[in-house]
Design a protein around this ligand. Structure first.
Ligand code: NIG
Ligand code: FE
Length: 452
């Protein structure tokens, strides 16, 4: 047995639930060809520890009340658990099993699409050219502004379904296609509705600072965000918290800014971050995607939860990140989809000890990819990450990056039972099969929520 050394009391199960010292189990996955999980109860995993995952052949996972109660070798574990006719059994012989995947950066809510821009790029236009000609984020803004909350929820629901089929069990979702207060709040409302109805864990981010709305003065728009939008965001989160009977803190969205040439300046970003901090809102930033404006340094200074993209991060900033709790979220799908020749310096970051996560950046323009197994393949190909490092980045570190690390992203007793089962035999076969969905079954909070 593992972690809990076979003692049900240590497995997070109340003593009065155990029968003759055995843990009653309502879902048992056994046997498992290969179980792989990263483990850390003390925050994101760094450096060489990222590849130091736990691999168990002929494994089993016992689940009760939505939680993992035991993990280990199938033959050893069977002595410690109690199953009866009400226990659901999953046979994962010859299959790989990992924690449910975590997508820590998505722009999942938008109306319309930008397939035309994909074609334009294949003919030589860049993301920047297209945005300057009235496409890009502003094009999605036009489509999204005219959509009501219900339509946005419906669009989001279908996309979340697709993510689940690729093994994602928790995700962050940003606003940012409203770009004026009422539309931004409609997007946020849609995210809260999805959060309430979905079996997946959803973490909201407010990103009115995604682009400068056409015809608006940039500085005035930033003022609007600071003086009008952020307080209303807090009020909405408080209202949601009351409605759901949870703490206001647990409903507060993160605040994100696209700090890049043609978008928001370092000064704008600082103003928005300072206002966020005053309101008790945590921050994250789109940093160094096209040019380096210093946003990563600022992110570390203000204690942002993450700095994302980082294609043009400097060596000094990598050193700063390494000493901080700010997670670097790399998005190899975006550099691939934009056909860039440069990628984020993942190897250097790992060597220096940066807390590194991977995510999809799923959005209508720069990365219309929502499959994390595909992102995993790109991380190995373009970022030169090992399959084990990518798993750590897509589970434990992704979960910590969105504030859920103490409860999800690991196959250990006491953690939420979020499990992805693949139709391949070993970890390496996930990135190896890039382009084909290897996910066979998904368990969320101890329930089978997807089977193929
Ligand atoms: O992360 N970089 C800024 N935002 C998105 C792009 C969104 C879009 O093009 O619609 C990104 O790449
Ligand atoms: Fe993004």
């Amino acid at each position: 047995m593992t972690i809990n050394s076979g003692n049900p009391a240590q497995a997070g199960v109340p003593k009065n639930l155990s029968r003759d010292g055995k843990v009653p189990v309502d879902l048992l996955i056994s046997p498992i060809g290969e179980l792989v999980t990263a483990e850390s109860k003390s925050g994101p995993i760094r450096g060489e520890y990222m590849r130091d995952v736990r691999r168990i052949r002929d494994a089993a996972i016992a689940i009760s009340g939505g939680q993992i109660v035991a993990v280990g070798k199938a033959d050893e574990l069977s002595e410690h658990i109690f199953t009866d006719s009400s226990t659901t059994l999953i046979d994962a012989t010859d299959r790989l099993v990992t924690p449910g995947l975590v997508d820590a950066h998505t722009h999942l809510i938008f109306d319309g699409n930008r397939a035309d821009e994909f074609v334009m790029r294949s003919q030589g236009k860049t993301y920047t050219d297209i945005a300057a000609a009235g496409g890009g984020i502003v094009k999605s803004m036009r489509a999204t502004q005219s959509a009501g909350v219900e339509r946005l929820v419906e669009l989001g629901r279908r996309r979340i379904e697709r993510m689940l089929e690729s093994g994602t069990t928790a995700l962050e979702i940003k606003t940012g296609y409203g770009l004026e207060v009422e539309s931004e709040l409609r997007m946020l409302e849609a995210i809260y509705q999805l959060k309430a109805e979905s079996v997946l864990d959803i973490v909201p981010t407010f990103m009115a600072a995604h682009a400068i709305p056409p015809g608006r003065d940039r500085e005035r728009y930033v003022d609007d965000i600071v003086t009008d939008m952020l307080p209303r965001v807090v009020a909405m989160a408080e209202h949601q918290a009351e409605k759901c009977g949870v703490s206001a803190e647990s409903m507060m969205p993160y605040i994100d800014v696209f700090c890049d040439r043609g978008y928001f300046t370092l000064d704008d970003t600082r103003k928005i971050f300072e206002a966020s901090n005053r309101l008790g809102l945590k921050t994250r930033v789109h940093s160094d995607e096209f040019v380096n404006l210093g946003a990563t340094t600022l992110a570390v200074e203000v204690g942002a939860a993450s700095a994302d993209h980082l294609l043009n991060v400097s060596d000094e900033e990598i050193a700063l990140l390494a000493k901080s709790d700010t997670v670097a979220i790399l998005l190899p799908g975006t550099s691939f989809y934009l056909n860039l020749s440069e990628h984020a310096p993942a190897r250097k970051m790992i060597e220096e000890g940066v807390a590194l996560a991977l995510a999809s950046d799923y959005n209508p323009g720069s990365c219309h990819i929502s499959s994390l197994p595909f992102i995993w393949g790109l991380a190995c190909l373009h970022l030169k990450m090992l399959p084990e490092e990518a798993l750590t980045a897509l589970t434990v570190n992704g979960a910590y990056a969105i504030g859920l690390g103490a409860n999800i992203g690991q196959l250990i007793p006491g953690f939420q039972a979020d499990v992805t089962i693949y139709d391949v035999k070993s970890l390496e076969e996930v990135p190896y099969n890039i382009g084909w969905n290897p996910v066979k079954q998904v368990i969320k909070k101890g329930r089978i929520v997807y089977s193929r």
